[in-house]
Design a protein around this ligand. Structure first.
Ligand code: NDP
Length: 321
């Protein structure tokens, strides 16, 4: 068929991405990934999907002429990329353009958690500085800490580079050691947790990391232990974390991500020594705009040059027909 390709947008997508898709393609927008919201004609017409995750195998199977899924975000654990790859459907994500932003936020969350910045600010705003005096001394400090990074990839390396300037030691755990880095490698997460007092999780979500940070890992981190998670909430056993904070198994946690967003477990809201953020690590106007551009540039390149710009590894073999 001739004319612009039909691109299906599912759910809330960045306005700049929706605008560009509408200019370059035939845009069909539905509020959630549910094929029953579409006519049979549109189902047959769809050649591309763009969404902020949430694309499972059944949804992929609903579209006989689907060629590409352009995910908004670098993390694509909620897109079934293995299934897409097996069917010859390309999946793209938005790496690199958010790396420095997310690394900045990760270090900010680490410092906020250690030095209790939200608690100190609340003290001032509640007028307690004037009435009661200085905010309490923070029991924790970044000074002398040894940091373990779970997921030393693009963002993990950018976090490590920042932490070098803070004068703290860095070690890491991946499935494989990274070539050309001097940080100490630990072949298991347990070994890393035993070796450090601060664990920063910036690993991908999905089955391979599900609840990897469990009661055993938190115990290994120890009573001075601090957990920072800007990766995915599914990587943490949230019940075990709430218990570990409440009974002093670890000292504090800073979380940007949760297993069932936007739901935050009451036990974590009630747990002491936490800083909790609503998944904001990449959420600045300039970075989200750059992500929107890369997301749409993948579609433009696929339907123009017949080549994806940033394919995910699971679909790197997929060729345009
Ligand atoms: P990369 O793919 O560059 O890095 C991922 C790293 O995790 C690699 O070093 C990889 O090493 C390691 N890893 C992957 N799977 C496992 C595993 N099962 N066990 C141990 N290590 C593992 O990704 P990015 O750095 O670009 O992004 C990382 C993640 O950050 C994203 O997937 C996303 O979930 C999250 N993120 C969160 C944001 C937020 O808003 N909070 C914003 C942006 C990203 P190896 O393959 O050797 O195991």
């Amino acid at each position: 068929s001739s004319g612009p390709a039909t691109v299906l947008v599912c759910g809330n997508l960045h306005g700049h991405a929706v605008k560009r898709i509408g200019e370059a393609f035939r845009l069909v927008h539905i509020e959630r990934a549910d094929p029953s919201l579409l006519s049979p004609q549109d189902i047959a017409a769809v050649r591309a999907i763009s969404a902020f995750g949430g694309i499972d195998a059944d949804f992929i199977d609903a579209f006989p002429n689907l060629e590409i899924i352009a995910n908004f975000g670098v993390g694509y654990d909620s897109v079934d990329a293995v299934h897409a790859g097996a069917k010859g459907v390309m999946v793209t994500n938005t790496p690199d353009v958010l790396t420095e932003e997310v690394a900045d936020l990760t270090v900010a969350l680490l410092l906020s958690t250690l030095r209790e910045l939200p608690g100190a600010e609340a003290w001032l705003r509640q007028g307690r500085w004037a009435k009661e005096g200085f905010y309490r001394l923070s029991p924790l400090s970044l000074r002398g800490r040894s940091i373990g990074i779970f997921g030393l990839g693009r963002i993990g390396l950018a976090v490590a580079k920042r932490l070098e300037a803070f004068g703290v030691t860095v070690a890491y755990h991946n499935r494989r050691p990274v070539d050309g880095v001097d940080y100490a490698y630990h072949a298991t997460l347990k070994d890393l947790a035993e070796a450090v007092d601060t664990l920063i999780c910036i690993a991908p979500g999905g089955a391979a990391t599900e609840k990897a940070i469990n009661a055993e890992i938190l115990k290994a981190l120890g009573t001075d232990g601090v957990l920072i998670n800007t990766g995915r909430g599914t990587t943490v056993d949230e019940d075990a974390l709430a218990a570990a904070l409440s009974d002093g198994t670890i000292a504090a946690a800073g979380l940007d991500v949760f297993a069932h967003e936007p739901y935050v477990p009451q036990a974590l809201l009630d747990a002491p020594h936490t800083v909790l953020l609503p998944h904001v690590a990449s959420a600045s106007v300039p970075t989200r705009r750059a992500m929107a551009d890369l997301c749409v540039d993948n579609l433009v390149s696929w339907f123009g040059a017949r080549k994806a710009l940033t394919p995910v590894p699971e679909t790197a073999h997929v060729k345009a027909k």
